[in-house]
Design a protein around this ligand. Structure first.
Ligand SMILES: [Zn+2]
Length: 388
């Protein structure tokens, strides 16, 4: 990847925002600083930042050292001019460019890395980010496309070029990146996302100690997880509210899983299928509470652990697992298998990187759970990445 350069387009005047969006603060840094840090995390100093409107203010507010800064004096003519300026600033020996915008704060370094990895497998093709309903930048353009990039005009960015080569594009699903900040209400949404974050921050040894104590209290054999092949599930650093019921109950997921869930739910709705979120993040302590309640009702720990993971070993701790119900089967039961919702999930959930964790006769010794789906996108640590 030594010959790949990032080109970050940051020349626009943010006419719909009222103030330079390059400098909007999110997680204590301007948006442009987030984009630049992510680009540098994967491509080090091979980064080009194209400035135009408000260039002096931006240079004063964002540390651009370590990247090449170029000016597009005719920024008012549209984004194509900035792409041209960026391509011109890249050395002749470059094998590809990673074209980025500065207003997609949910894009992480891991996203960029996955685009670059996809490109390494198909170095002659353009690799784009696939959103729920569209595709676009960040995108990797091989050098063979530089002349076409340099001859773009107008303010639609690289989109006309992507449409021309649509049949040969490599599309990498990046659902989290969907939010771009074009209007004040987008910015408010971004902040709402931020404020709803739940922070869980405990070191691994403290977590393991807590799990050990809960096992002893609940009478769970220490060797049970190893015997059943259960993996320790850690609570994530940050969660957001993925959904709130009309009664005010909040369901927490990681930002990545929440974005994937929203996209999944919407795609289902467009085909007339209503998916209901029944359960999402649960802490290990909450899991212990459920076990306590069942013990209180006279169930044995063996019975309980056929339907429930021991504290510390539930996928729900990761903020990536959801239990799904439907209009005609709102409760969790094997009957969910008979619903149109389950049929739809079986053929479509994997597109959104949701997978059924506990099929019939699963090797973990749990009952069949047609309602339990886990997001397995590799990019789920997104916010942790972007907040450094
Ligand atoms: Zn579940």
């Amino acid at each position: 990847m030594d010959n790949v350069y990032a080109v970050i387009l940051a020349a626009g005047a943010s006419s719909r925002m009222g103030s330079p969006k390059q400098l909007l603060i999110w997680q204590e840094r301007p948006l442009l600083a987030h984009a630049l840090a992510n680009a540098q995390a994967v491509l080090a100093e091979r980064t080009v930042v194209v400035l135009g409107a408000n260039a002096e203010a931006i240079k004063a507010a964002v540390d651009l050292s370590g990247s090449k800064v170029v000016l597009n004096p005719s920024w008012a003519d549209g984004m194509a001019g900035s792409i041209r300026a960026g391509i011109r600033a890249v050395p002749d020996t470059a094998s590809a460019v990673l074209l980025m915008l500065c207003d997609q704060p949910l894009i992480s370094a891991a996203h960029l890395q996955s685009l670059l990895s996809a490109w390494q497998h198909a170095p002659e093709r353009i690799v784009v980010s696939q959103y729920a309903e569209s595709f676009g930048v960040p995108a990797v353009f091989p050098a063979a496309y530089f002349p076409q990039l340099a001859s773009l005009t107008g303010d639609r960015g690289a989109k006309p070029l992507l449409l021309r080569f649509e049949d040969s594009l490599v599309k990498v699903p990046l659902l989290e990146a969907e939010l771009d900040v074009d209007t004040t209400s987008d910015y408010q949404r971004l902040h709402a996302l931020n404020e709803m974050q739940l922070m869980i921050d405990q070191p691994l040894d403290a977590y393991l100690q807590r799990i050990r104590e809960l096992f002893i209290e609940l009478g769970i054999p220490e060797e049970l997880p190893a015997g059943r092949g259960l993996a320790l599930c850690r609570e994530p650093l940050e969660l957001i509210v993925a959904e709130t019921t009309p009664q005010g109950r909040a369901f927490y997921l990681t930002a990545a899983a929440a974005a994937a869930w929203h996209a999944l739910k919407q795609a289902a709705a467009e085909e007339g299928i209503t998916l209901l979120i029944v359960s999402a993040f649960r802490s290990a302590d909450y899991q212990a509470d459920i076990v306590r309640r069942k013990l209180g009702k006279g169930q044995t720990i063996e019975e309980i652990l056929r339907v429930l993971a021991p504290p510390g070993y539930s996928e729900h701790h990761t903020g990536r697992a959801i239990d799904i119900g439907s209009d005609d089967c709102p409760e969790l039961g094997e009957r969910f298998e008979q619903t149109a919702a389950f049929q739809w999930l079986s053929s479509n959930a994997k597109r959104f990187q949701f997978f059924l964790s506990f099929p019939r006769d699963n090797r973990f010794g749990y009952v069949y759970e047609p309602w339990h789906w886990c997001y397995r996108g590799r990019l789920s640590a997104i916010l942790r990445h972007s907040s450094g």
